[in-house]
Design a protein around this ligand. Structure first.
Ligand code: ADP
Length: 370
């Protein structure tokens, strides 16, 4: 469990009722927390502009605006959307009021009077959770940077290997010894595989990095673009692709990668004797869009249905080319959209990949640590 050092933490204590605010500030300061105070909504917003607190204890009833509206404003600003905000109130204590505040973005709701020991323990718990989240975000950024660097740095020697193998082939020309030719071909093949792998790693490290803002994506035109990009494999395999009417969803351009990968896998993992028949459906349910991509391909043993979404996990050898990155990246992107992906399949019986995306856009920055 992460240690909380109160001296490193700043708490913004917002309340227009002076005695209550004073008592809370004293209590928090006594155990070492640094405390800032505000008594109106505007003062709260101004204070946060100046210094970002680790926790905001936010009274619900303020003289100039409701604490719930202050919370909504903080959540809609990219700079403050990840603040930890806990409401505190002695008058708005009904379950419906608490539900509304929590649904509007608050992380917690405390009802006064609250036992001082319980208040301190609760504040400690929120700060602990915040520290753990910050650590996770930091590690995620570090990992992102690391894989980006590694992929970049590996590309350089790889280019040297490929160009010298080609140069060697050209120099020796037609007189090349057959064994030597096979060896050079192996070098080239290995280098090409490594390039696919590095490119995938680079893409994976960049997926869902939080740089894309959600916008309306017309899935019908996205599908047209994706099938356009896959024209040659659709043609070569004789694939038939059909779809239901598709919606406009809130998402980023990375959704194109999701559909591109699901469709190209549906073609790639086809049965040898049957052209792929692929259908994409979409329906709305419980605040989400549920998409499915069904194929009549070789299918997946249900015991591997989790494993295929992990990076570098493949169920096939080099007879079917691939780096085992596609579905891991798809899952990363889907999670960054606040969605979920899973597969239903059986060996030899085709596969259906399900994709659930929230109707409301999610905050991409929050979802980056996936
Ligand atoms: P890659 O295709 O590069 O191997 P993916 O991450 O896209 O990597 O897929 C992981 C594994 O999941 C594949 O190697 C394959 O074994 C399996 N798989 C993915 N899609 C399908 C599908 N539509 N039908 C059967 N198997 C699939």
């Amino acid at each position: 469990m992460a240690e909380v050092t109160p001296g490193d933490c700043l708490i913004l204590n917002v309340d227009d009722y002076v005695p209550g605010r004073y008592a809370r500030t004293r209590l928090l300061q006594q155990v070492g927390y640094r405390v800032l105070e505000a008594s109106t909504g505007q003062e709260t917003l101004d204070a946060i502009e100046l210094e970002k607190p680790d926790l905001v204890l936010l009274d619900v009833n303020l003289p100039d605006m409701s604490g719930v509206d202050v919370c909504k404003r903080l959540r809609s600003d990219p700079r403050t959307k990840t603040l930890t905000i806990v409401h505190i109130s002695a008058s708005s204590v009904l379950a419906g009021q608490q539900v509304n505040a929590l649904n509007s973005g608050a992380d917690g709701y405390l009802v006064e009077p609250i036992d001082p020991a319980l208040l301190l323990a609760t504040v400690n718990a929120y700060i602990r959770a915040r520290r753990a989240e910050e650590e996770m975000r930091r590690l995620n950024e570090e990992l992102h940077w690391f894989s980006f660097r590694v992929s970049h740095d590996l590309n350089e020697p790889l280019r040297t290997i490929t160009s010298y193998a080609q140069l060697l082939k050209r120099r020796v020309g037609a007189n090349i010894d057959p064994d030597a030719r096979v060896s050079i071909d192996f070098i080239e093949e290995g280098a090409a595989k490594m390039r696919t792998f590095i490119d995938g790693l680079l893409q994976y490290s960049q997926a869902a990095a939080g740089s894309n803002e959600a916008r309306p994506i017309d899935c019908e035109s996205m599908l047209r673009k994706v099938t356009g990009d896959l024209t040659s494999s659709i043609h070569d395999s004789g694939a038939q692709i059909t779809h239901d009417p598709l919606p406009v969803v809130a998402g980023t351009s990375q959704l194109e990668y999701v559909f591109q990968n699901l469709l190209s896998n549906a073609i790639k993992y086809r049965k040898p004797d049957k052209p792929p028949i692929i259908h994409i459906s979409a329906r709305q349910e419980e605040g989400s869009w549920l998409f499915s991509v069904t194929d009549n391909g070789i299918g997946i043993d249900p015991k591997y249905r989790e494993r295929i979404f992990e990076i570098f996990q493949r169920l096939h050898g080099s007879e079917i080319p691939g780096a085992g990155i596609g579905l891991a990246m798809v899952r990363r992107i889907v999670r960054a959209h606040g969605g979920r992906i899973w597969v239903e399949s059986s060996e030899g019986g085709g596969s259906t990949f399900f994709l659930k995306l929230p109707v409301e856009p999610v905050n991409q920055g929050n979802a980056a640590a996936v």
